[in-house]
Write a protein that binds this ligand. Sequence first.
Ligand SMILES: Cc1cc2nc3c(=O)[nH]c(=O)nc-3n(C[C@H](O)[C@H](O)[C@H](O)COP(=O)(O)OP(=O)(O)OC[C@H]3O[C@@H](n4cnc5c(N)ncnc54)[C@H](O)[C@@H]3O)c2cc1C
Length: 452
Amino acid sequence: MEHSNVVIVGAGLSGLAAAWRLRAGGVRSVVVLEGRVAPGGRAAAVSPPPDGLPPASMYARRSDRDLLELAAALDVPVDELPDDPGLSDLRIDEDGGTEASDEHMPLGASWWTLLRNEWILGRVARLAEGVDFAEPWRSADAEHLDALTVRGWLRSHTSDPDLLELVEEQLTLAAALPADRMSMLWLLAHLGPEPDRGERPLRLDADLLVRRLAARAGDAVRPGHHVSRIEHGDGRVRLSGDWGSLSADRVVVACPPSDAGRLEVAPPLPASRRRLQRQWPQAEVIRTEIVYWRPFWRGFGLSGEMHFDDGVPAWTVDDSPPGASQGRLVAHTYTFGEADPLGADQSVADDPERHRALLLENLSGVLGPLAANPVSLRQPLPDADPYSRAYQSPMPPGFLTEFGPLLRAPVGPLHWAATETAVFPCNGTLDGAVRSGYRAADEVLDPTARGA
Ligand SMILES: Cc1cc2nc3c(=O)[nH]c(=O)nc-3n(C[C@H](O)[C@H](O)[C@H](O)COP(=O)(O)OP(=O)(O)OC[C@H]3O[C@@H](n4cnc5c(N)ncnc54)[C@H](O)[C@@H]3O)c2cc1C
């Protein structure tokens, strides 16, 4: 049977980053097994966009150090997001009424509400100062904050319905989960030590990044190799699937806990780890890419950043590729129900045709008939892919304190990567994927962890 020092399960960004680090650390044989037909995971484009357009952008912050360093090492360009102050954002209310603003994400609130909004967000930022971002479950007030929903916390600070709606909308935009299902501790960890106050994100072609990283790993990366079983004991690990089997000294499981939960492991993982995988929360976002002949909204003085109160979509952003003539809007629909601010009816997730029709109807209601006839519209199809396509994993109350300590804890020769295991606030992001891959590789390289 073929034997390697380290086998990595999953050739997403975290698995490829782990392979890169292990190679740099002198590990001779590393194999990366990937279930999909191509490497890249969630950072890869689902299918090539039409007319030679580059894949839709992904976004990074200036503080995403490991991601930006890796992009620089692989010559992947990172651009400033253009910001034309002459263009307006739009807010569209339930009746189709519009309000323009040159602020990002127009708020449609009175000056008095905005003032108290600043006060509430200031309190959130002060609470975040007490959070341990590497291990939020160790924060001084962790149990208390994790028992609270964000909505519960907000309601203990104001009863003003306008203010509640405004703050909930902003937090939902930042975290993609309604405030009544989000743990206050998770929100604070997710927002980070300096909650983003209007910093323009950077954009990069994550698809190019993972393709270059996979190319560097060469034939160590084996697509079409779904791992179904892992057996460990006697200092060896055996991995198998329809393709056959191979053995290793160590394994890095570089896929999200929901995917890891489908692996059959013998002897079984500890019961608490299995529960973590079984109960892993999934985000509910439909991300749709809509390409037009040109970014015609700019001719109407609009930035393409729109915010729809009825939730289909919750918001859009202009992702027209620099230098290309075509225009691209990326639309986000949150399918957690209409009762929550920005939420859409869950049924649109089950019925892509209905989602498409509602989306185009709403866009053309604001942008006119040109919006009704895109060159292409791509939205994920339900159940088209057996692996996770989750955006990030906002956690409900109690989850982080119960399961956080298990996220990265190795089990025998098995180490855990994937962005979901990263420190905060980059947990859930591309930077988190890179960091988690490096951390898992460092565990393997550490002679004490290796037992050498
Ligand atoms: C639509 C979308 C937009 C996003 N936008 C941004 C953004 O703008 N900025 C940002 O920072 N982040 C963004 N993210 C998040 C970012 O893409 C992820 O954090 C990152 O790509 C996760 O990488 P990963 O390696 O941790 O996981 P994955 O990419 O999920 O990699 C896991 C790999 O394991 C494979 N796998 C799973 N099970 C098995 C098995 N049993 N055997 C073999 N292989 C297996 C999977 O096929 C996959 O390739 C976005 C995510 C999505 C879905």
